[in-house]
Design a protein around this ligand. Structure first.
Ligand code: ADP
Ligand code: MG
Length: 225
């Protein structure tokens, strides 16, 4: 018991630390990227190639931070009663530019009065990794539909996309660290999401048809406000 307690305290400290490091590192990455781009405008072709490599490495570092800690805040562990609709609208708003950039759409259908008990930053992180994958699975003009409803004692959140879909064996590998089929993927997004949903005492399931699309269903214990 004592050991468990010590270990979970250690985990809290590590995750707080990781959160603040992520925040501090994100800014210099962005600034450095900007300067490299400016320099790239006035160089010979060999130097340009090196600068391009440097920029894409910086982008890789940002992707890793984003998949782990997009919403990380120092006071990360405050657990509260969350309005699921409000949280989902926030996350969808953040991802809308990504969808629009490739000419695709996001639709939201929310039942009113859905509440879960968890940390707001972590809830958003879990959902952003799912929704970002849905957007990235679309080819050009596609649709991501986010919906939330009550079912029994649970809040069920569904994220559907009309994207490339997955085979059963691809679905079986989701959540495995570093499993990615993307050129710029980290393969860490769903690993983080699965852990967070487990911590919420929830479940996640995927249904997919190759070439047609995917639906991720997240089921979380509902609470009263
Ligand atoms: P990453 O997005 O960095 O590749 P993830 O852990 O978020 O890592 O996802 C792992 C892999 O699962 C993706 O590379 C992709 O092949 C597959 N995947 C996840 N969500 C979907 C989806 N909605 N449609 C199709 N494939 C998906
Ligand atoms: Mg991802």
């Amino acid at each position: 018991f004592n050991n468990d307690l010590q270990r979970s305290e250690k985990m809290e400290i590590i995750s707080e630390l990781a959160a603040s490091v992520a925040h501090e590192v994100r800014n210099p990455l962005q600034v450095t990227r900007g300067f490299l781009q400016i320099i790239g405008g006035s160089q010979g072709s060999k130097e340009k190639e090196y600068l391009q490599l440097a920029i894409s490495e910086l982008d890789r570092a940002s992707h890793i931070i984003n998949d782990f800690l997009t919403f990380a805040k120092p006071a990360m562990d405050k657990v509260e009663c969350l309005d699921v609709g409000e949280e989902l609208r926030h996350v969808a708003g953040i991802l809308l530019p990504l969808a629009q950039m490739q000419g695709s759409r996001i639709e939201i259908h929310l039942e009113a009065g859905l509440y879960v008990k968890f940390n707001s930053s972590k809830f958003k992180q879990a959902l952003i990794n799912i929704i970002k994958n849905a957007i990235e699975a679309l080819q050009e003009t596609g649709l991501v539909t986010i919906s939330a409803r009550k079912s029994g004692g649970y809040v069920v959140i569904s994220v559907r996309d009309t994207g490339e879909g997955m085979t059963a064996s691809e679905i079986a590998r989701l959540g495995e660290p570093y499993y990615s089929n993307k050129t710029k993927g980290t393969g860490l997004g769903l690993m983080v999401t699965f852990r967070l949903i487990e911590a919420m005492q929830g479940t996640i399931e995927f249904q997919s048809v190759k070439g047609k699309g995917t639906e991720a269903s997240v089921k979380l214990p509902a609470v009263k406000p």
